[in-house]
Unconditional design. Structure first.
Length: 232
């Protein structure tokens, strides 16, 4: 299966799972939820219109370019796959995109052409072996008290670290805009593959990326063995 088909399959699976979670959440969520939480998958209701400009570099480290691309692509895809938001096309974005709260100009985002209800933005900076990401979610229709979410994450300065942070922040946003139902971006899929010559257990992110082999039995594995019990 090529990468394009794998991504398509991952998106379909993600949307089905998100729909089931959102339907369950709609049956159990409190009636006191924020009035802008009004979305779902295949529920016939309006999705939250969300603008997600690329995060900006916060340091001059040469690692930033590659790590930003990994983060921005993963973050966008996680939100797009979630089924709980309508992502505003980047072709509608203003030239000045924010990297921190002081950069936000509300009337560039909350009126056409973007006409966004929510804005997710932030910055990423690498320093030696670490990356730090600051991210915010703003209700740009509520100019008096816009902040819905503000988070800071730190991880290793690798593609895997950048993807993990993107998954975490995407899930935080989905939790708030999906009526309290957790996102699935941090989920892992375990599967059997014989690509190493034997059937072994592998793991990957929900979107098909970051695949790695877990077992090395050299025979046939259908499940990962539990760790030994340590006497108390």
């Amino acid at each position: 299966m090529d990468n394009r088909h794998r991504r398509g399959l991952a998106r379909t699976v993600a949307q089905i799972l998100s729909g089931l979670l959102l339907l369950l959440g709609s049956l159990t969520s409190s009636a006191s939820a924020q009035d802008w939480v009004r979305t779902g998958t295949s529920l016939g209701v309006e999705k939250v219109r969300l603008a997600v400009p690329d995060f900006k570099p916060s340091t001059g480290d040469p690692q930033n370019t590659a790590l930003l691309k990994t983060f921005n692509d993963t973050f966008w895809n996680d939100l797009d796959n979630s089924g709980v938001v309508e992502l505003v096309s980047k072709s509608f974005y203003p030239l000045q995109v924010p990297g921190q709260p002081a950069d936000v100009t509300f009337n560039l985002w909350n009126v056409p052409p973007p006409n966004a209800a929510m804005l997710a933005f932030g910055n990423l900076g690498a320093a030696t072996s670490k990356i730090t990401v600051q991210g915010w979610l703003y209700d740009v229709k509520n100019t008096g008290s816009p902040q819905v979410l503000g988070k800071q994450y730190t991880d290793v300065a690798t593609d895997e670290g950048a993807r993990l942070i993107a998954h975490k922040f995407a899930d935080e946003i989905i939790l708030r805009l999906g009526g309290g139902v957790p996102g699935i971006a941090e989920s892992k899929i375990y599967f059997v593959s014989d690509r190493s010559g034997h059937k072994e257990i592998w793991v990957m992110d929900y979107d098909g990326s970051n695949q790695s082999q877990l077992t090395h039995v050299g025979s046939i594995s259908f499940r990962r063995a539990s760790p030994p019990t340590v006497p108390g």
